[in-house]
Write a protein that binds this ligand. Structure first.
Ligand code: 13P
Length: 255
């Protein structure tokens, strides 16, 4: 298969500059012998300039949680791809359910952001996932496919190969109740099948698919043991350096 597993921390709206820098220093101490997986820290905008230098020279990369689709302009309060690349970001989360839910992001807007990420050399982590009522109504597959089509329309196969899709069922986020590994695998297989049909088998085989939603160091190994799950996007359990290090080690299990 050959896909390197990817564990991404999504800190959401947590941490001051001092707390973020301390995380970076602690993470380096935690992992003298790094796990053979990729680790990304998607920090708040205000802490990127502190986390970047703290991770420099480590195997871990810097990421952001959102971007605007324009490179610059009169968009008060927004941050662009070139501004993120300038701070050393290599990844950016796009379309997180909290942005869809609280900030009214649409599939069309998510698509513009995804394309902007590629234009500016940032690797997107596209979040998709069904809500609890959607799952109960038997609409999970339709919702996931709709979100994929809406975000990925017009992408080139070479771009799709660099994509990460995070399957994050909304009901599992922050609830302490993760999806079961077989349910997460079913969603991941659906996602990979869509990528294959849209962009070809080769690109679909290279794209990475993460599970997210109440991932902890002690449940991650069973997710990455699934054939189509290549890592995790983690909120709460990524906030402490020792816990993030434990996640990286757990993701390496069986790799
Ligand atoms: P939790 O890991 O806190 O459930 O959050 C998941 C998430 O939303 C990551 O993007």
């Amino acid at each position: 298969m050959g896909r390197t597993r990817l564990v991404a921390a999504n800190w959401k709206m947590y941490k001051t500059v001092a707390e973020a820098a301390e995380f970076g220093a602690r993470l380096r101490n935690e992992l003298a012998d790094p796990a053979p997986v990729e680790g990304v820290v998607c920090a708040p905008f205000t802490t990127l300039a502190a986390v970047g230098p703290a991770l420099a020279g480590s195997p871990y990369l810097l990421g952001a949680q959102n971007l605007h689709w324009e490179a610059q302009g009169a968009f008060t309060g927004e941050i662009s791809g070139p501004q993120l690349a300038d701070l050393g970001c290599r990844f950016v989360i796009v379309g997180h359910s909290e942005r869809r839910q609280y900030f009214h992001e649409t599939d069309a807007g998510v698509r513009l952001k995804l394309q902007a990420a590629y234009r500016h050399g940032l690797r997107p982590i596209l979040c998709i996932g069904e809500t609890g009522p959607e799952r109960e109504a038997g609409r999970t597959e339709a919702v996931l496919l709709g979100q994929l089509r809406g975000a990925l329309d017009g992408l080139e196969p070479g771009q799709a190969a660099l994509l990460t899709v995070a399957y994050e069922p909304v009901w599992a986020i922050g609830s302490g109740v993760p999806a079961t590994a077989p349910d997460a695998q079913a969603a991941a297989a659906l996602i990979r099948g869509h990528l294959s049909a849209s962009f070809g088998r080769e690109a679909a085989g290279e794209a990475r698919i993460q599970y997210g939603g109440s991932v902890k160091p002690d449940n991650l190994a069973e997710f990455v043991a699934q054939p189509d799950i290549d890592g995790a996007l983690v909120g709460g359990a990524s906030l402490r350096a020792d816990s993030f290090a434990a996640l990286l080690r757990a993701a390496a299990a069986g790799s």
